[in-house]
Design a binder for this molecule. Sequence first.
Ligand SMILES: [Fe+2]
Length: 93
Amino acid sequence: MPTAAPEEAHGFEIFQHYERLQWKVSELGLENVRRDLVDPAYISLVKGVVMGEATSLPGLHGFLSEFDDDYDCSAFVAVWAYQELQHHYAFRA
Ligand SMILES: [Fe+2]
């Protein structure tokens, strides 16, 4: 359990910073991709990226366990993990 109370931490500032950078997979316009123009080499590349981005959840578990007494770090890791999961699903889509 994090020991620093949220009002004493700067996790909210970090949250606000990353909140401004948010985007949505639904906004990517994936329905407009011309599949007939995609170089097959890029498909192999993207499949590799999908696998790499899928490691964020084990990373999240590890960071939260390792830094369970650090509120700011845990807050950042939560935001980071969301974004990494978003990357995973964006490349998968
Ligand atoms: Fe990523």
